[in-house]
Design a protein around this ligand. Structure first.
Ligand code: DC
Length: 199
């Protein structure tokens, strides 16, 4: 069975947690596509060459979750040739047998426009910054400034900007517990599987 779930949204909206939970719930494979851009940014040097030569070891680095790695990722992600180099890998992953969840910024709009389910997970910038701060610590005002800076770059770039696909279900997690957000995502996927006769 090919069944792709596309989960897009801005930084720290809850995409990762929701993606991992629904992948476990349905037995789907999960790809955090932000990790690809983080690995390219962390490699340094020519980002296009880094994207073309990305290896498993690059993705396994333990310094990819920092604020600095997020900023570097957001910068290399604005380079069209970097994005182009990563398209095929993501599409192949999405088509794997048994179902796949991909989370990122352009999954429902560019990578998998035919995904069976598209979710756009968002929350207010203040809420997202607070969650990132709880996770990583540091100066709260600076964390908020970095969230806003990354939003502006990811939404404002010319190539594959962050925006909800027209047919995406929008999930605003600002006032939701993570359990409620996961339950809502599961309900959307259940309904789609049932509509396909696979529920
Ligand atoms: O989801 P994340 O915070 O790990 O993503 C890091 C950066 O990578 C994000 O600021 C923009 C970029 N990105 C992207 O452009 N397209 C994706 N599908 C995923 C991430």
């Amino acid at each position: 069975m090919i069944f792709t779930v596309a989960i897009d949204g801005p930084a720290a909206a809850g995409k990762g947690t929701i993606s991992r939970a629904v992948a476990a719930r349905f037995g789907f494979a999960h790809l955090d596509t932000g990790l690809l851009y983080r690995a390219v940014g962390a490699k340094g040097g020519d980002p296009v060459a880094a994207a073309r030569g990305l290896t498993e070891a690059d993705l396994a680095r333990d310094d990819l979750r920092t604020l600095a790695a997020g900023q570097a990722a957001s910068k290399v992600a604005a380079v069209p040739a970097v994005r182009a180099a990563l398209v095929e890998f993501q599409r192949r992953f999405a088509r794997r047998n048994g179902g796949a969840v991909l989370d990122g910024r352009d999954i429902g709009t560019v990578i998998c426009p035919d995904a069976a389910v598209k979710l756009y997970v968002t929350a207010s910038p203040e809420t997202r910054a607070h969650r990132r701060w709880l996770e990583l610590g540091g100066d709260a005002a600076q964390v908020l400034a970095e969230v806003l800076e990354r939003d502006a770059r990811d939404m404002g770039r010319a190539d594959a900007p962050l925006r909800p696909a027209e047919d995406a279900v929008v999930l605003d997690t600002t006032d939701m517990t993570i359990d409620a957000a996961v339950a809502r995502a599961v309900a959307v996927i259940d309904a789609r599987l049932a509509a396909r006769g696979q529920g």
